[in-house]
Write a protein that binds this ligand. Sequence first.
Ligand code: A2H
Length: 262
Amino acid sequence: EGVGPTEYTALKLKVKEWSPEAQNAIDGKIAKDAAVYFVPATLRPETMYGQTCCFVGPSIKYGVFKASDKEYFVCTKRAAWNMCFQGTFFDIDHFPRDQKELEPVVELPGSAFIGTLINAPLSLHTEGVRILPMETVLATKGTGVVTCVPSDSPDDFATVRELAKKAEYYKIKKEWAELEIIPVLETTAYGKLTAKHLVETMKINSPKDDKQLAEAKDLAYKEGFYNGTMLVGEFKGEKVQEAKEKVRQSLIQSGDGFPFAD
Ligand code: A2H
């Protein structure tokens, strides 16, 4: 961050079952044999084994964009525009000259997607995970979609804890926010559930404690990267420093992910 673009890994989370509101809006607008994906951007590809849900900003506007003949992506228009220049949308009918010309087949606020069931690549929750709301998602960063790894991201841990506590208020089923938190990597300082450890010991009470969460995020990132060892997956037993790029390449190779610069 700071100098030059951020090199993210974008992940393709395939829709298995739409929320009723999204289903209504999308009916008849997408070919029956096409797949639709939510595409979160992450800096921690090595943690994707621990995904338990995927966040959207409830009041952020999202588009469903045609990426190729058989594939549509859900993200912000800003991100779709960037993808046009990064070779990701390889089969668009019209190359747009500006963001106005880039037309989604459907446009909806994040709130419409809440409850949608998706398949998260590498996640040990193979039964699928849900789209859930996160108030602190920024429309101006990444793709506007954030995959949730509560074992290693303090923001994600604080958010799922809040969602489970106030499920009714957030209009979600409690169990959607209570999928088991899976240990993905172990660090010397914080053990197997880094985010839980930091949020609890730093007494972070809410996803809106942004100062403390920024500090926790920094600690988690550094400790994970320099002193982390993988507990699961293809690179189990390897140092995070080595596994990080290997998981990224593996995701890109399998077609479950692609590079995304912001
Ligand atoms: B990371 P940076 Cl396990 N709004 O992925 C808010 N947050 C966003 C976002 C947006 N529009 N787009 C991406 N992000 C999150 C995993 C992860 C992440 C872990 C631990 C830390 C972590 C699972 N969530 O991020 O500001 C995404 O969450 C802390 C570095 O560009 C993305 O990586 O540095 C990260 O923020 C990008 O943050």
